[in-house]
Design a protein. Structure first.
Length: 420
């Protein structure tokens, strides 16, 4: 959520953000509704003050005056009730619009409608060349008996999978490797629930726009989260932290669930785009300082790059366009990893800075050194998301005899095995 003072004082700035992010929002109507809501609040306060004055007057009045005041009280109370109801309705309407206001994007973000306008800013590593005909990860997994795709679809439908044997061990190794890397960088490992209430989804900005992408459990008034970020923001929602506690650094691990409605027909084969996956998420709460946010953005990006360097995977870093970065983000960099079977790079990491947009929605605050209460800044990035990264490792490190050469960084988690 954007600070309402920015909307009041700089509506043209907000209109620009709405335009470049492709949001359907009438900023002028929002400003007018805000003014009307404040006018009604002022009127309610005035009438309540009048009611208090009348109450004191009633206590001092003689009986004749009291009779007069009693006769007027019913109309007066009805007016106050009507004003309160009108204000509550306008305030609720305003809140709905405020949830649609985008964050102001970074000046360096490419302006564009979507992924096509993203700009590659760096490429690292060289895609592998093979002196044999490489297989894609599905064929490799099935040939080795490491996955059940058809049987899993019988259980759960499309985009389902079940890993077996060494593929399971390799996936666990990736997740453990990511946790250890983050722990070495002073992140606190934390397992978080995937079952979440609506509040945390609103607080992170996943709702209201992303509701159709989220699995709902209406009997329990719960949802299945698509990322650990939801719970990581929700853990501190409504709290006031002390500045000395910042930055809060979490390495969150959780299963994640996405309906993938908007991706129908895309990446339908194997492990590239599935409904259920596991992720180690980098998450930061820091003080409300642009330079501090930028420092942590680069730190999260560097950590994700280190994962891919250690796994000996070629990748590219992308500056995401305004239309691709999402409603609340100030800046977003995707990292795309090379997939031999696709002969292209595909997204495996997404690094986002949200400034105080998310914290305002979740009411996540801290007390500054001078005692001032401020909304914090939040950032997040993937460390490892499987099984997509697992597919990349399998395809890039396959051998002519259809085995997998284990990257050196993963060998300690596989009892020193060099080949699977």
């Amino acid at each position: 959520m954007l600070d309402v003072r920015i909307i009041r004082e700089s509506p043209d700035l907000v209109k620009h953000a709405v335009e470049v992010k492709g949001i359907d929002l009438d900023v002028d109507a929002l400003v007018a509704l805000d003014a009307e809501t404040r006018r009604l609040r002022h009127e309610v306060d005035n009438v309540q003050g009048e009611r208090k004055r009348r109450s004191k007057e009633f206590g001092r009045a003689d009986e004749a005056t009291r009779e007069k005041l009693r006769a007027e009280q019913a109309d007066f109370d009805a007016r106050l009730t009507s004003l309160r109801e009108e204000h509550a309705a306008k305030a609720a309407e305003l809140q709905e619009l405020m949830l649609q206001v985008p964050g102001i994007p970074w000046d360096g973000s490419p302006v564009g409608a979507g992924e096509a306008e993203n700009v590659v800013i760096k490429q690292v590593g060289t895609p592998p060349t093979f002196d044999f005909e490489p297989l894609d990860h599905v064929a490799l997994l099935e040939e080795r008996g490491w996955a059940e795709f058809a049987r899993a679809r019988n259980v759960s439908g499309e985009r389902a999978y079940a890993l077996r044997g060494d593929a399971v061990l390799l996936e666990r190794a990736l997740l453990s490797f990511a946790l250890d890397l983050l722990i070495a960088r002073h992140f606190t490992p934390i397992s978080v629930p995937s079952l979440v209430r609506e509040g945390p989804l609103v607080g992170t900005g996943m709702f209201p726009k992303g509701r159709e992408e989220t699995y709902e459990l209406p009997a329990d008034d719960l949802f299945l989260a698509g990322t650990g970020e939801v719970a990581l923001v929700g853990l501190h929602a409504g709290e006031i932290l002390d500045k000395a506690q910042l930055p809060v650094l979490y390495a969150g691990i959780s299963p994640c669930f996405r309906r993938e409605i908007g991706s129908a027909g895309r990446d339908v084969r194997g492990l590239i785009r599935v409904h259920q996956f596991e992720k180690v998420e980098q998450f930061v709460i820091c003080e409300a300082d642009d330079a501090e946010s930028e420092r942590w953005h680069q730190a999260l990006l560097d950590c994700a790059e280190q994962v891919l360097v250690d796994l000996d995977l070629a990748y590219e870093v992308v500056e995401c366009s305004t239309g691709d970065m999402g409603l609340g983000k100030f800046r977003m960099n995707d990292i795309n990893t090379w997939f031999p079977s696709l002969d292209s790079y595909r997204e495996t990491h997404s690094c986002s800075t949200l400034h105080d947009w998310q914290a305002r929605r979740a009411n996540l605050r801290y007390r500054d050194a001078d005692g001032t209460i401020r909304h914090a800044h939040t950032l997040n990035n993937t460390a490892v998301a499987t099984p997509r990264l697992l597919a990349a490792v399998i395809e890039n490190h396959q051998t002519a005899d259809r085995r997998i050469a284990v990257p050196e960084a993963l060998r300690p988690y596989l009892h020193g095995r060099e080949v699977l």
